[in-house]
Write a protein that binds this ligand. Structure first.
Ligand code: 13P
Ligand code: SF4
Length: 369
């Protein structure tokens, strides 16, 4: 019998059990779709108990996952923090592979599963551990700060990791004049605008956020006077210059809760607006968003299958995990440093940091004089 589909009908009993969930998400999930999701939502709840499992979901997961089956949710930093605190034998990470690896690095004795091991990330695949070693040779003595959107191999070569919720503070925590910052050049430029520390950058980028343009935002502002715009720091600098607020995905969620704007455009992955709209029906969300194809690999049927078969295990070799854990732990020690209520003000208007073309090893060189 196919484990995935056995007994997964939309019966009156399933409708009754899942009604409270549907009540929450009815504005973002059409009624005609609920009979497809509901049997999975109910089965996943049952299997979670059977397996003593906890489901951690990133803010970019679809609403039926985010609001339907997740026990804990948040940005990359929150997921790492919650992975440490998770009181369960099994962690199911609904997000991309580097997030599951981070959970495993922090929980070597727990079973960490990802519903689809192919859920990658263009930033994580832009750099290898060997690249980091080559950069260290090229810039002897300069510490390496690595965005958490990287593989365990890269983290293991790193002095300290950071996320979008604490990148400036992590860079400054090292107390040096210069750092190698990897691999997101846009986040690197954003940090460079908020610190005097010289940044040596890599040429990585997020395939989702790099597609937004300043023109798109200006067009929307013209069409919708009074529109507020908030953006993730993986966007190009010209986009961030147009934003009222720049922050991590959780920082953006908190900003909406604090400001309650009548109309807002979240310049980030598509599911964010759906997930936040559930909490704020009074806010009108414009959705000129981009989909992350990697995040969208995670689906309810794959989560159920993970629980049933205990696949796919995320493993990190012992020596790599030990070195990577040091870098991740230093990041957790810095913690979240987005301003009060998770808010970091939008960057002040400043001249763009030039983006020199990548050198032979891929490094961009510092931000210049
Ligand atoms: P956050 O840490 O802000 O959630 O960002 C992770 C990510 O992958 C954004 O594209
Ligand atoms: Fe990676 Fe971009 Fe997808 Fe985030 S949105 S997981 S940075 S590809």
């Amino acid at each position: 019998m196919d484990l995935e589909t056995a007994g997964l009908e939309y019966t009156p009993e399933i409708a009754r059990r899942t009604a409270p969930v549907y009540e929450r998400v009815r504005d973002v999930i059409p009624a005609v779709e609920w009979p497809v999701h509901a049997p999975y939502v109910a089965a996943i709840q049952d299997w979670k108990t059977k397996r003593n499992a906890v489901i951690l979901a990133h803010n970019y997961q679809t609403p039926e996952i985010f609001h339907g089956v997740a026990d804990l949710s948040g940005d990359s930093l929150a997921l790492a923090q919650q992975a440490v605190e998770a009181d369960a034998e099994v962690i199911i990470l609904c997000g991309v592979h580097f997030m599951a690896e981070t959970a495993k690095i922090l929980n070597p004795d727990k079973t960490v599963l990802i519903p689809d091991p192919e859920a990658g990330c263009s930033l994580a695949s832009s750099i290898t551990g060997a690249d980091v070693r080559a950069l260290r040779e090229r810039y002897p003595g300069v510490p390496v700060v690595t965005y958490v959107n990287t593989t365990a191999d890269v983290k293991a070569e790193t002095d300290v990791c950071c996320t979008s919720a604490n990148a400036v503070a992590v860079v400054e925590s090292l107390g040096t004049d210069r750092v190698i910052f990897l691999p997101d050049r846009y986040l690197g430029h954003y940090v460079a605008r908020h610190t005097d520390v010289e940044m040596i950058l890599w040429h990585g980028s997020c395939e989702v956020h790099e597609r937004f343009s300043a023109r798109e935002i200006r067009d929307h502002r013209q069409r919708y006077p009074g529109l507020r715009v908030i953006a993730h720091p993986e966007c190009p600098g010209e986009v961030l210059d147009e934003a009222d607020f720049v922050g991590s995905t959780s920082g953006m969620i908190r900003w909406v809760g604090d400001e309650k704007p009548p109309r807002v455009m979240m310049v980030t992955e598509c599911s964010m607006s759906d997930n936040v709209a559930v909490e704020h029906p009074e806010v009108d969300f414009l959705r000129p968003c981009n989909l992350c194809p990697h995040m969208k690999r995670i689906t309810l049927p794959k989560i159920l299958r993970s629980l049933q078969t205990l696949e796919h295990h995320v493993e990190v070799p012992g020596d790599v995990a030990v070195r990577a854990r040091r870098a991740v732990q230093r990041m957790l020690d810095v913690g979240r440093t987005e301003g009060a209520g998770g808010s970091r003000p939008a960057m002040p208007p400043m001249p763009a940091v030039p983006v020199p073309s990548a050198g032979p090893s891929g490094a961009e060189g510092g931000p210049g004089p």
